[in-house]
Every structure is written in structure tokens, then in C-alpha cells.
Design a protein around this ligand. Structure first.
Ligand code: FAD
Length: 323
């Protein structure tokens, strides 16, 4: 059955995030000869339309307005509502990011539509789309299908595969003149203070070196940063480490932090509490370094090193520098 899938491009710091290409690739696979379109919402965003075309969008709807330069909930919701009314899709894909998580349920309510959140796999069963999503903090998986009507789906980054871009592909760009006067917005962003994880976006990183309370200090995290630099990795943390003031909460991974699915997750001095596992247990390969052989993190680890992280991590860094 052919379908029309609309993908909301996920933008961060003026760049299109990888999850957008993963969503477009999935959209092409399940459209079954139908349409794949994309929405670009923000300010000075039309320049990204070609890139979305290279990953399979046939039409790109652009809402480019100054008040949308930063994410504002009602502004984005109004803009996406206008795009959906114009495009008339069967399914809307959004990233399971801060923006997608916020805007998807608003729109699902406005359109009286179904929503599935945080999906990691899509299958077809006859005419139905079946989505797999983790439940119980990642301990189990459930398959969900929405029977009929418009569907809103948020997609966990780093789970669906993405195709190679084809630069010969072009899209029909449709600019929508949605009226979003700045004074109609209930929320106004006055200033954006960016917290960085030293260059690599944690939720899209292929390799993460993560530290817990066992790292013992902010200076201790420098040891992890050196390993991360050699691997081209991002540095993450447990809530234990954040609560202790060793690092910023922007780095927290887990149930109340970021959910990550890197190819390689190196957990250093992290015990493996269920709330931490909720954010990283779907990583493809997990390496745990902990001096306690009974630490629960070893139950989910593919490779475990029982030892003092301040001895093990510098040794790993030195060896990897030689590769
Ligand atoms: P600890 O449990 O103290 O573990 C430290 C580990 O370091 C130990 O296993 C120890 O053996 C090891 N260690 C010590 N020294 C060394 C050394 N030199 N070398 C090697 N190993 C060493 N936690 C999260 O991480 N993310 C969340 O999103 C999150 N959300 C939560 C939400 C709720 C509602 C609640 C109640 C809790 C949440 N937590 C979360 C907290 C969680 O329960 C744990 O308290 C936390 O994950 C523990 O952090 P930790 O593993 O760094 O510290």
C-alpha cells in the first residue's frame, strides 16, 4: 500500500541532524511508491532543502520565519500544523529529540491522531505499519500499530539505518507563508546558552566514553576526555557523576537524561543502576570498567574489565594512539 510520509527535519545549531536522514531513509522504504516529503521549520533553513532531497524527499515544505529562529512550542506547532494541512500525509516522522518529543503530542491532539513514541524499528504487516519501541526502561520491547488515520511517530536517533545520499536528486520546494507574529507566541526565547560536550553531539555519537561517581572529580573526567579524543568520541556521565558536580547535566545519560545508542559505549566507574541502563543498554557494544566485579553494569556489558579506571583508561588511550 503506498503512503505519504512527512519527515520533520531535526535541526541543531544550524545543521541537519543525522536522525533526519535515518527518518528519510525509513520513509522511502515504507512509502511503497508513495510520496516522501520533508518539513523545514525555523529561520534561514531553506538552504537545507537540497540535502533532504539527496536522502529521498520529493517535496520540501519550508516555513522560514524570524520568530522561529529558536524553538518555541506554539510557533513550531502552528507551523507544522500548516505544513500537515498542506501536505496531507498519512504518517509524520519526528526525531525523538527535545523538539520532537514536545511537538508531536501537541499535533497528535490537534489532529485527533494516534502517536507512537521512541521507535527503534519499523515493519510492515499487510497495510499496517508495526513499530517496535523499548519499554520498562529498555528491559523489554513492544510492537505497536495505529489502526487508522494520521499517525505521529517519534524516532530514536542512531537506530534506523540511513542510505547513501544521491546528489543528483532534487525536490520541489514549497514555501509556506504561515503567519506567526512574534507577539502571538506565549513563550519568548531571550537567550540560548549552549552547553557543549566538547564537539561531539552525545545523542548522535558513534562512540561514547562515559563516567560515573567512580571518576571521583571533574579533573578525573579529563582522563576520559583523553580517551574520547583518541576515539573521536563524546563524553557522557551517570547522574551520580552529575549530582556530585563532576560534570554538567547536559552530559547525563539515562532515564532522566539522554537516551543514546552508540556503536560503542565505554562505561567507566558506573555501577549500572536501572535508571542509567535505561539510557544506554541498547548500545551495540558495551565495555565496562569497574573495580567491583559484582557491579551490575557487567550484566549488560559485552566486555568487562575489572580494575581501577585510573590505571585502565590511560593504558587504553596509549594503546589506541598507536593504532
Ligand atoms: P555509583 O552507583 O556510586 O557507582 C560508582 C561505581 O564506580 C561503583 O560501581 C564502583 O565500584 C565504581 N568505582 C569506584 N571507583 C572506581 C575506580 N577507581 N575504578 C573503577 N571503578 C570504580 N542515574 C543515571 O545515571 N541516569 C539517569 O538518568 C538517572 N535517573 C534517575 C531517575 C530517578 C527517578 C532516580 C531515583 C534515580 C536516577 N538515577 C539516574 C540515579 C541512579 O539510580 C544511580 O544512583 C546512578 O546512576 C549512580 O551513578 P554511578 O553509577 O555513577 O554511581
Amino acid at each position: 500500500m503506498s503512503r505519504h510520509i512527512l519527515v520533520l527535519a531535526d535541526l541543531r545549531n544550524g545543521k541537519v541532524r543525522n536522525v533526519t536522514f535515518e527518518m528519510l531513509t525509513a520513509a522511502v522504504n515504507i512509502a511503497d511508491g508513495g510520496e516522501v516529503s520533508a518539513a523545514l521549520i525555523g529561520h534561514d533553513v531553506a538552504k537545507h532543502a537540497d540535502l533532504l532531497a539527496h536522502y529521498g524527499a520529493n517535496r520540501v515544505f519550508v516555513v522560514d520565519q524570524e520568530p522561529l529562529a529558536n524553538y518555541v512550542p506554539d510557533g513550531y506547532a502552528n507551523a507544522l500544523e500548516a505544513v500537515i494541512k498542506e501536505a496531507n500525509p498519512d504518517v509524520v516522522f519526528l526525531a525523538h529529540s527535545a523538539i520532537g518529543r514536545d511537538v508531536a503530542p501537541k499535533l497528535a491532539a490537534r489532529f485527533d491522531a494516534g502517536q507512537v513514541s521512541d521507535i527503534i524499528k519499523i515493519e510492515t504487516n499487510g497495510d499496517q505499519l508495526v513499530f517496535t519501541r523499548p519499554i520498562y526502561a529498555g528491559k523489554a520491547f513492544t510492537k505497536v500499530a495505529i489502526k487508522d488515520g494520521l499517525k505521529f511517530v517519534t524516532v530514536r536517533p542512531n537506530n534506523l539505518s540511513k542510505t547513501e545520499p544521491d546528489s543528483s536528486r532534487t525536490a520541489n520546494v514549497v514555501s509556506l507563508n504561515v503567519q506567526i507574529p512574534a507577539d502571538s507566541l506565549r513563550t519568548l526565547v531571550k537567550e540560548v546558552v549552549r552547553k557543549s560536550t566538547q564537539g561531539v553531539d552525545l545523542s548522535e555519537a558513534k562512540i561514547i566514553v562515559s563516567g560515573g561517581r567512580g571518576v571521583k572529580s571533574a579533573e578525573g573526567f579529563q582522563v576520559l576526555q583523553e580517551l574520547a579524543n583518541v576515539l573521536g568520541a563524546a563524553v557522557g556521565a551517570s547522574r551520580g557523576a552529575c549530582d556530585a558536580g563532576y560534570c554538567d547535566y547536559a552530559m547525563q545519560i539515562g532515564q532522566t537524561g539522554k537516551v543514546v545508542t552508540p556503536d560503542l559505549y565505554i562505561a567507566c566507574g558506573i555501577s549500572g543502576a536501572i535508571q542509567h541502563l535505561a539510557g544506554m543498554s541498547n548500545s551495540k557494544v558495551i565495555v565496562a570498567i569497574n573495580k567491583d566485579p559484582e557491579a551490575p553494569i557487567f550484566k549488560v556489558a559485552d566486555y568487562g574489565i575489572v580494575g581501577d579506571l585510573f590505571q585502565v583508561v590511560p593504558l587504553l588511550t596509549e594503546e589506541l594512539k598507536k593504532v
